[in-house]
Design a protein around this ligand. Structure first.
Ligand code: FCB
Length: 437
């Protein structure tokens, strides 16, 4: 019997846990990066975040009230394997062990992500994703984590959005580790993440576990007649770079970026990476409109503004049909090679405020979720194999370079007191799940 559709929410360790120096955790690249002047808006930092490391029981209570059937969280590598390699930290593992048990007690499937951007700083100092050793270290960390939780946790996500970690962190320098590498350097970083995924997938599968890889996807359109090549170049980077190797065994054509092959690929790497997933995690926020670049621009595309649609507090265009189009496109592109899909993130930040009577009305978020879920429904009705939908996110949290400025939660968090207050969208999603599960 096929397992039932997962209704969930998603979060990430660095964005919610806090407790950066507790119980043997060592620093991650975000612990270091946020200290750079100007790196994070208003100098905000992840030191406390949602204090989830201490308030996890309250958060699991909230998940129980919400009625989700799955919870996607990330495991903090520097908490579980301090310094990035070497022996596991039993206190770190114990935290996720308790979390998994508490979720299971409420009938909620734990769906961990092994890497959501918080690389141990010591690995970064030794070369980070520019070094092949980081991929090997990741596989060892995946193995100890799977040994601890694999008796209760079936579906595992290796990496979250390697395209964003690569582009923002290693090309544009606006996320940790804040590098601006050249094209070959960036592609090497990409390859080592895929290799890490492949090596970790082998560890997970040898333990009988299911492997997912989550990426950020965005359907791309050319702005005008002359913009098709630019749109294709952008599509190769955003949608294909981390998916073609996994589903087709080869890298997409990246010649528009001046790349002659992908550096760092050794014999056997692509065989390891090919066919290494049992499901594909799809994070969708918005489509992308692309124009040809100006003369002499460094990139083969220019991002154009999508007009005539509502935008979120982040300024992201709201286009629910984009999710349907994306699911169709993945099906057309990969055909029989496409594994089951899971929408592992979807949601929006809004300027939510608490009313004097203690409510948080967020009608825009309710409309956003309703319309995106309807888009998934339409794709499924036409035969797409989508097996889950996860709202980003449970609690307002540390939104990377935006600090605490973007509120994506179904639950409002007063960042001064840590008080959690479910928004109207929480009740709306609870009712939807109750009706549909
Ligand atoms: C995604 C990230 C997630 C969160 C949302 C808003 O790109 O995976 O951590 O920041 O965006």
């Amino acid at each position: 019997m096929p397992s039932p559709f997962l209704w969930g929410v998603a979060s990430a360790a660095l964005q919610v846990e806090g407790a950066l120096t507790e119980d043997g955790r060592t620093p991650s690249i975000w612990d270091a990066f946020h200290l750079r002047p100007g790196a994070v808006r208003d100098g905000h930092g992840p030191e406390v975040a949602c204090d989830h490391y201490h308030r996890w029981a309250e958060d699991v209570e909230l998940l129980g009230r919400l009625g989700v059937t799955a919870y996607r969280f990330s495991v903090s590598w520097p908490r579980v394997v301090p310094h990035g390699r070497g022996p596991a930290n039993k206190h770190g593992l114990a935290f996720y062990d308790r979390l998994a048990d508490a979720l299971l007690e409420r009938g909620i499937e734990p769906v961990p992500t092994l890497f959501h951007w918080d690389l141990p700083v010591e690995l970064d100092e030794a070369g980070g994703w520019s070094s092949r050793d980081t991929a090997e270290a990741f596989a060892a960390y995946a193995a100890v984590t799977a040994d601890a939780l694999g008796d209760r946790v079936r579906r595992w996500i290796t990496l979250n959005e390697p395209v964003v970690h690569t582009a923002y962190g290693h090309a544009f320098g606006i996320h940790a580790p804040g590098r601006t590498l050249d094209v070959p350097g960036v592609l090497k970083v990409a390859h080592h993440q895929l290799l890490a995924h492949g090596l970790a997938a082998r560890e997970l599968r040898s333990r009988g576990l299911e492997v997912l890889l989550t990426n950020n996807y965005s359907p791309v359109s050319p702005k005008g007649d002359g913009d098709a090549a630019a749109a294709e170049a952008y599509d190769a980077l955003h949608n294909r770079l981390f998916t073609d190797p996994v589903l087709t065994g080869g890298y997409p054509d990246l010649s528009a970026f001046g790349a002659r092959g992908v550096p760092g690929v050794r014999d056997g790497d692509l065989d390891l990476i090919a066919g290494s997933v049992d499901g594909l995690g799809v994070n969708y926020y918005n489509p992308t409109l692309v124009a040809a670049p100006a003369e002499g621009a460094g990139l083969p595309f220019d991002l154009a503004e999508i007009t005539g649609v509502p935008t979120t507090a982040f300024g992201w265009p709201v286009v629910p049909e984009g999710l349907e189009r994306l699911i169709d496109l993945l099906g057309e592109r990969y055909g029989a090679e496409l594994p089951p899909l899971y929408v592992t993130e979807n949601g929006c930040s809004q300027t939510d405020a608490v009313t004097p009577d203690g409510r948080v009305p967020d009608p825009e978020r309710i409309a956003y979720l309703r319309d995106h879920i309807a888009a998934v429904d339409r794709a499924r009705e036409r035969g797409a194999d989508v097996r889950g939908y996860f709202v980003w996110t449970l609690t307002d949290n540390f939104e990377w370079a935006e600090g605490y400025h973007q509120r994506f939660g179904l639950v409002h968090v007063d960042h001064a007191t840590q008080r959690r207050l479910p928004k109207d969208s929480f009740d709306w999603y609870r009712d939807l799940i109750a009706e549909r599960r």
